[in-house]
Design a protein around this ligand. Structure first.
Ligand code: 5GP
Length: 221
């Protein structure tokens, strides 16, 4: 049985992917969940208004600032943060439900949210995605022409602070080329799925078949 087929016998793994804005982390993770089965990208809640083409329940759960604050008071978030003036958060109930079904989950969240998950002692595998250089990040931010000059400056300033946090993560992936970066991310998921702790329930089940074979050896069938 492959690790993939064995998914239901263990709780899911929680992956965190963080990167400065413009690094291409969302595209990367969207591709990742297409190529790795049983891996789900979490859908965050945000008070940011939807951009043209974005849909509530697909890209994010878009909610009002008041509703977001009410969820904060109810303790509904695994983590949440104010990013560029809008609130973003990961639902605890949604995440627990997926992990409980044995699905592996990826949170694409900023460095503040990742820090909260770590500080709360929630087991996770952190991946920091770096652009090849600051100049290339700036070029990408300009190229996607989503932001004003002011916003680009602000994103670059925030990126300077965010990249300093890379060493708090377990892995680093440099997004120099999409296919290669997706492959490296997928390898991380497979490596983590193959850890002794992740495979223990299935390994134990297989070991029991050996004990059973040993105890029935020589007995007539
Ligand atoms: P955008 O508005 O461009 O979709 O996202 C802005 C930033 O918010 C990105 O860095 C993204 O990773 C981060 N973000 C999205 N969802 C969450 C979340 O649930 N929690 C946290 N802490 N950050 C998030």
């Amino acid at each position: 049985m492959s690790n993939d087929e064995a998914r239901s016998s263990r709780a899911g793994l929680l992956f965190i992917v963080s990167a400065p804005s413009g690094t291409g982390k969302t595209t990367l993770v969207e591709r990742l969940v297409q190529v790795v089965s049983n891996l789900t990208m979490s859908r965050s809640y945000t008070s940011r208004p939807a951009r043209p083409g974005e849909q509530s329940g697909v890209d994010y759960n878009f909610i009002s600032r008041e509703d977001f604050e009410a969820m904060v008071r109810q303790g509904a978030f695994l983590e949440w943060a104010d990013v560029f003036g809008h609130f973003y958060g990961t639902s605890k109930a949604d995440t627990d439900a997926l992990l409980g079904e044995g699905r592996d989950v990826v949170l694409v969240i900023d460095v503040q949210g990742a820090r909260q998950v770590r500080n709360r002692g929630i087991p996770n595998v952190g991946v920091f995605v770096l652009p090849p250089s600051a100049a290339i990040l700036e070029q990408r931010l300009r190229g996607r022409s989503k932001d004003s000059e002011d916003q680009i400056r602000r994103r670059l300033q925030v990126a300077c602070r965010e990249v300093d946090e890379y060493s708090q993560y377990d892995y680093v992936v440099i997004n120099d080329e999409l296919d290669g970066a997706v492959e490296r991310l997928a390898s991380i998921v497979w490596a983590e799925r193959s850890r002794v702790d992740s495979t223990r329930p299935d390994a134990e089940r297989i070991i029991r078949t050996f004990r059973h074979a040993e105890s029935t050896k020589g007995k007539p069938v």
